[in-house]
Design a protein around this ligand. Sequence first.
Ligand code: 2IO
Length: 417
Amino acid sequence: MREVVRFCATDGAFERDPYPTFSTLHRRNQVLFDPDLGAFFFGRHAEVDSILRDEDFTTAALESSAQPVMGGRVLAQMEGREHHLKRRLVQSVFTGRAFRDRYGTVIEDITRRLLRDCIRQRSFDLVGDFGSRYGVLVSLAILDLPADRWRDISAWHCGIAAFVTSLRMTEEVRTHGLECSRLMRAYLTEAIQARDQSDVASPLSVFFGNQDAEVVMPMSEVVALVLNVLLAATEPADKALSYLFYHLISDGGQLQRVRENRSLLTGAVRETLRLTSPVQLIPRQTRRSMTFFGQDLPAGSRVFAMVGCANRDPSVFEDASRFNIDRFLSGGARAAVMHQTTSIAFGAGMHACVGAAFAKMQLELAANIILDDFSDLGLRPDFRLTERGVYTRGPVALDLEFTPAAASGPSCAHRGS
Ligand code: 2IO
């Protein structure tokens, strides 16, 4: 038997500084149990990886934690043929050459336009002045949804995300989340009805199924799927981008290296997602009673896989709490394989994030333009990093100073790759 340690995931101390808890879990053979939530928390890399790959850990918890605001089941709740077909559909729309050709410049344009407002100031907040707008605008763009109501959509998104990611739901969060969900779904239904049906390559057309489609969804399922994509693409975007720049700037040597050799950005993005994973927890529920890594778990136990903790496990990552942009790149092909088997930022197993490639592309596109537009970037001297969230987690703000680039227009050093 291993040691079960009482834990309160929602007491504020863990949210402020989870890192001592992480390192205790790495050092000792412990599992955390939050009696208030009735949930076990596993944080070692091997445990988290097993939970996510083992089908005896189900996603049934999402029925109460997500479905009420998603208006239907999300991909992660599906199994078998339905899961296979719908996942493949989403994958086909948001990956590949055609996707990059269609949306790459759209994402770049959004980034440039938002940065223009930031450049007018001497300093700006990469989260509040840029990232939160950027996240929702890009999500709307890749779904071919109009951008004019982005402020409402951003507010509804926050209410829905708070519902999905709250560990202990207050009545206020519940009511507000359900109201945001109602407004969001009404809006999406209308926007989807008004879509350009002649654009057969649009994600919305593809979701409705072309002539010989294997999967034909009614409106309610399309709305749920669109909301699933919208939420999953928006919620982590500003968090990942601001963490990336926080790490790069805090370690100025690496910022300079990336500036001069943009191909290093891929590794920097991956390393950011490992060191500060924007999605820290993934909920599961045991299908049957079992003994898991020495821990007895009754059937129906609530379990959280601590992704962010696993990604700092020193038995897997050398110098695990250091931001090392070469971690996944040195070693060529071997490193690429290593990365897939070691960082769990996008989950693992059959429900691993279907948008992982898109997320990395989006982050790289935006980061390249930010580096182009700001010839020097620094943290404002009075800035102190404050992170918020135990489920999804990110900097509350990132106050940056800069000297505007002398040349107008982007440099082309890294283009054409
Ligand atoms: C939307 C936490 C934003 C997903 C979720 C209810 C299901 C699923 C995830 C990620 C990120 C969200 N879970 N994306 O953890 O689609």
